[in-house]
Design a protein around this ligand. Sequence first.
Ligand SMILES: [Zn+2]
Length: 148
Amino acid sequence: MSPRRPADIDGIAAMLRDGATYREIHAAYGCSRGTISQVRRDHRIPTPDRWKKHRTVAEVLALNSEACEDGHVRWTGPHARGNPELWANGRRYNGRHEAFKAHHGRAPLGRVTASCGRPGCIAGPHLADRVIRDADAVLARILPRATS
Ligand SMILES: [Zn+2]
C-alpha cells in the first residue's frame, strides 16, 4: 500500500464501516481499490452484505482482478487463509478456483497453483490444477526440449 496520512486511513476505514462503495471512497480520497482492500483487511471490516448477496461470481471476479505486466493478474479483494475470498450469490467462493473455472470452463481437480511462478497470480492461462500439471509432466517426458 502506498504511504498515506493516518487521517486518510481513518477516513477510508470510517467510510467502509458506513458501507460506502469503493467508487465513493475513491472519489473522496483518490485511492486505489487495492489500498481500500488493504484498509478493510487491516481494520478487519467485513464486506458489506449487499456485495455478498447481489453480485455474481463473474462480477466480483472482474471487480477484484487487476491486470499486471506480462499477463499476470493480481487479486485485490479480501483473502482468507491465503486464498482470494470471493463473496457472491450470498456465499463464499475460492477466487483462484473461480478464475480457473472462468478460463478453463471446468472445475479444477486438486489444488490450483500459479504455473507462472508469480505468487498469488490469478490469470486464467497461468492457473493449473492436477490435470494440467500431470499433462505437462507427460509432455516434458515426451518433448523434453520443447517444454523446457
Ligand atoms: Zn501469472
